[in-house]
Design a protein around this ligand. Structure first.
Ligand code: ZN
Length: 195
């Protein structure tokens, strides 16, 4: 298992975790910003991180790993590859999460649900519904990053590699603004990953 520091280092190296002074779409400011897709640019790093997801459930006879598109597609694939099992993904059709492309879950299949990051947990809850309706047996939920501050309960065991709280501030209360930092900028406006 990677330690929290090792995982944070991978996230900083790959640009998942950015530090600076950010203007979020909500209008609030923050000193950190996360974009999990950055990790999946690097298959060797994704392999290391997904190994921890796979290891957490390796003795539980998982038969299928399923994740929601887009964030969960590669995470499901890589975790399933390491478990030696099938990988599928759900996606929205007319706003409703569903299995398409001929994917199916046989009743009784032991399913691991994965996702890159959980904030409100909405997508994972929708995947849970899809799997339950198909009659799959949900063994647990494995996520790379849990930003819910302990506020999500899926009703199944949750394994999160990195629980992390990212504080956000109203512009007038922002400590970075008060310190005279350079103006808050939209994440992704330039590459500012720091290691
Ligand atoms: Zn600020």
């Amino acid at each position: 298992m990677l330690t929290r520091d090792e995982l944070l280092n991978i996230f900083k190296e790959t640009g998942v975790l950015k530090e600076g002074h950010f203007l979020l779409t909500s209008g609030r400011h923050s000193a950190k910003y996360m974009q999990c897709a950055q990790l999946l640019q690097y298959p060797d790093k994704a392999e290391k991180v997904c190994r921890d997801l796979a290891e957490a459930f390796q003795d539980q006879n998982i038969e299928t790993v399923v994740g929601p598109a887009m964030g969960g597609v590669i995470v499901a694939y890589e975790t399933a590859r390491q478990l030696g099992v099938k990988s599928i993904f759900t996606e929205r059709e007319n706003g409703k999460m569903t299995l398409r492309r001929g994917f199916n879950i046989e009743p009784g299949t032991r399913v691991l649900i994965v996702e890159d990051v959980v904030t409100t947990g909405g997508s994972v809850k929708e995947v849970i519904e899809v799997v339950e309706q198909a009659g799959g047996e949900i063994v647990g939920v494995a996520v790379m990053v849990d930003r819910s501050n302990g506020n999500v309960d899926f009703g199944y065991p949750l394994h999160a590699l990195l629980p992390i709280e990212i504080e956000t501030y109203l512009p007038e209360d922002c400590p970075l603004c008060k310190e005279g930092a350079s103006p808050a900028e939209k994440p992704g406006s330039r590459n500012i990953a720091k290691s």
